[in-house]
Ligand binder design. Sequence first.
Ligand SMILES: [Zn+2]
Length: 377
Amino acid sequence: MGKNAICSLKCADGSARRGEITVAHGTFQTPAFMPVGTAGPVKALTCEQLEECGVEIVLSNSYHLYLRPGHDVIKNQGGLAAFTGWNKPTLTDSGGYQVFSLKDISKVSDDGVEFQSHIDGSRHLFTPERVMDIQRAIGADIIMIFDQCVAYPADEQTAAEAVHRTYEWARRCQCRFAELAALDNAIGQHLFGIVQGSTYKNLRSQSAEQIVALDFDGNAIGGLSVGESKAEMEDILAHTIELLPADKPRYLMGVGYPEDILMAVSYGVDMFDCVLPTRNARTGMVFTSTGPLVYRNAEFANDSRPLDESCDCAVCRRYSRAYLRHLFNQSEITGLILATYHSVWFYQQLMRDIRQAIEERRFEDFRREFLSRYQQV
Ligand SMILES: [Zn+2]
């Protein structure tokens, strides 16, 4: 492995990989799922609760932290770990996904993206260099290049332009990252590249070749789970992951549902993030071993069972569906805490089970058993 290797692989089962990744704030086990702490914290949970659930790395959004409280505030507070109290590994995205999703109020050029804040309408410019400066100030362990993610569906010309721009921006990010590291290498951050190319295999190949040649510390696959079918996602993932080096972390951005994670692990993905478990918990739905459960529904008004009868989490050991539904209907903040806790635990338990199954060389059996139960309802 090269001098920057942060990932150590313990074993494999088919293409599924079991390893660990070490960064400045510690080591996390892979395959790993990162809950999303949009503006720093994972909404509704304390750091202590995240630790109880077994979370080892949290993702935060640069775009939100840049707008509020501002990256300089976080820098002055000693960085994201000191500011939030989460003294374990962190990753920030580049903000690219957010600014491109503001399509009516953003303007893209080769230089960067000019956009209006979703909060107060103020105007801002994200360039690759600026995005590196912001992520440096925030100080997460792993930071991402500024890439262009196109909407789905995209015509081939649009997708090709985004691949070209992502490559040019990746090079500029890398230059700026090296300049900043030379000024102060005490932070010990790692920069990951991102492969784009929408649903076009030729463009995915081109993007993977370009990004891999830049020799980042890890490689991400972006632009999936944006509206394409599950079959299309699997087809593009299978094609793209083959082109990424096996001795570096492979991160599938924004994915996803338990069945998607199991599918992607089978191809050798190491890292995942998604807002689904936490966002859905706050709107009345949790993930369980027998499938999604819309706990706000009237049918649970007198249901004394826990959210998930086979879950060992603190919430399922103590509270009923009837109580959770009542809390939700009363807009009690306690309900959001309890539902989020269960969902974060459930995803971490899924990852623990996946890791153990890979170690015991029975990943495909585990996947089949999990899905047969999960899809019962
Ligand atoms: Zn539970």
